[in-house]
Structure formats: structure tokens, C-alpha cells
Design a protein around this ligand. Structure first.
Ligand SMILES: C[S@@+](CC[C@H](N)C(=O)[O-])C[C@H]1O[C@@H](n2cnc3c(N)ncnc32)[C@H](O)[C@@H]1O
Length: 173
């Protein structure tokens, strides 16, 4: 039975469609204090953009060939081979990641939605980052159709709350 002590995720999930939207999030979301993990970095193009905005970034990919090429193209950035589902190895990097970027091939279609949600939940639970940005057109479409139900009394309460809200309560920094 759910209660007040139940563990609740605080991470925001930001679903983007296509690489343009995925990269467009960087200047508005990433701060110089952020430690960022990119999962599915291929040759490191997005990792290199992230590196311009954050304090530290690691680009990862399941393909050793991609990682070798990424290291060649961006020698100042750290790249590591990682299977996205091997979260234990991601923990081994020893960084308290504050933002995570996910761009895995095969993750855009509706049939991959359960895998997408399970991966997001895993990383949100273990690293508790402020936000995870994912390139998944299916998740974006699904999220657009989702509305959390709120009763009239809950709505009235949240209106009262928003009148007294401070900047600290803004969703993602
Ligand atoms: C579209 S590319 C990434 C492009 C890159 N993010 C960019 O912005 O330039 C998708 C990458 O996902 C990687 N990938 C696929 N399955 C993976 C997995 N299970 N774990 C890690 N990387 C994976 C592929 O090797 C491929 O390089």
C-alpha cells in the first residue's frame, strides 16, 4: 500500500524527438557545475557539445569501434565502452552524475517503450540525477498524451501552493 514513506523518484525525464531536439536541450539545461553521462555517444558529437557547457562529462557506447573513434576525434574528453543496461559498471565511473543523456539506436519506436521506461527508472533510482534527457520520439508522444489526474481539491491545494512557491521549487535547474 502506498504511503508517505514510499520511495519517489525526483528526476525529470525529458523526451526529445530526433538529434536536433536532443542537442537543443543542452544550453538551457546544462550548468557548469553539472557532471554528465552520455549513454550511446557513437563518435562523441553530442558529448563534445556537452563538454562545452558542463563541469565533467563521460561519453559511453556499447561499440568499442565507436569509442575508439570518439577518443581519436575528441582526445580531451573521457569515453568508455558501456552497455547501457550494465548500470553497475556506470556506477564504477565514480561520478555523481547530475544529468544523463540517453541516445540508443532502436529506442525510438513504440515497441521499445517498456525498455526505455525501465532504463530511465534504473538510472533515476541509482544516480538520482536532476534530469535525464532521452532521444525517443515514442516516449515524447506518449508523454504528450499523459495527464496526471488531479481531483478538484488537489488542484485547489496546488494553486495555493504555487502562490507561495519560491524559485528553489522550480522543476529543473
Ligand atoms: C544514434 S547513435 C548515437 C548518436 C550520438 N548520441 C550523437 O548525438 O552523435 C546510437 C548509439 O547507440 C549505441 N547503442 C546501441 N545499443 C546500446 C547499448 N545497449 N548500450 C550502449 N550503447 C548502445 C550504438 O552503438 C550507437 O552508437
Amino acid at each position: 500500500m502506498a504511503n508517505e514513506r514510499q520511495f519517489k523518484l525526483r528526476t525529470h525525464f525529458i523526451a526529445t524527438r530526433g538529434v536536433r531536439e536532443y542537442r537543443e536541450t543542452i544550453p538551457s539545461l546544462i550548468k557548469s557545475s553539472d557532471q554528465v553521462l552520455e549513454i550511446g555517444c557513437e563518435w562523441g558529437t553530442t558529448t563534445a557539445i556537452l563538454a562545452q557547457h558542463c563541469g565533467a562529462v563521460i561519453g559511453t557506447d556499447i561499440s568499442p569501434d565507436c569509442i575508439a573513434r570518439a577518443r581519436q576525434l575528441h582526445p580531451d574528453i573521457r569515453f568508455e565502452v558501456l552497455d547501457a543496461f550494465d548500470v553497475r559498471s556506470a556506477l564504477g565511473f565514480g561520478h555523481p552524475f547530475t544529468k544523463i543523456y540517453v541516445d540508443l539506436s532502436g529506442f525510438s519506436g513504440y515497441r521499445a517503450l517498456l525498455d526505455v521506461i525501465s532504463l530511465l527508472t534504473m538510472y533515476a533510482t541509482i544516480f538520482q540525477p536532476e534530469a535525464i534527457v532521452i532521444k525517443s520520439g515514442a516516449l515524447k508522444q506518449f508523454a504528450t498524451l499523459c495527464r496526471p489526474w488531479r481531483s478538484l481539491s488537489a488542484l485547489a491545494q496546488s494553486n495555493d501552493h504555487s502562490e507561495t512557491a519560491t524559485e528553489d521549487e522550480a522543476p529543473v535547474g
